[in-house]
Design a protein around this ligand. Structure first.
Ligand SMILES: [Zn+2]
Length: 81
């Protein structure tokens, strides 16, 4: 019974260690500024009419791999056509 407990502890230590090794790379890819809402206030240009809208209010449409941020549902609809 005690052996099982050790096995579980080793497994937990293994996963924690692996996550610690992973995290520096992840942090480099995603700057902390993104989490603090810096991106939310960023202005994006509507690809249809060229109007700038806050990213938080933009309507995002995906065409294949590309994502487009539109100013309105109308623009998003015409983008799809
Ligand atoms: Zn637009």
């Amino acid at each position: 019974m005690r052996l099982l407990l050790y096995a579980v502890l080793i497994l937990i230590a293994y996963y924690v260690g692996r996550n610690l090794l992973k995290s520096p790379g992840k942090r480099a890819a995603n700057p902390p500024a993104e989490k603090q809402g810096a991106v939310i206030n960023e202005m994006v240009k509507c690809p249809v009419c060229g109007t700038y809208v806050p990213q938080s209010q933009a309507i995002v449409r995906r065409l294949g791999r590309q994502a487009y941020a539109c100013c309105s549902e109308e623009c998003a609809a015409s983008l799809r056509a």
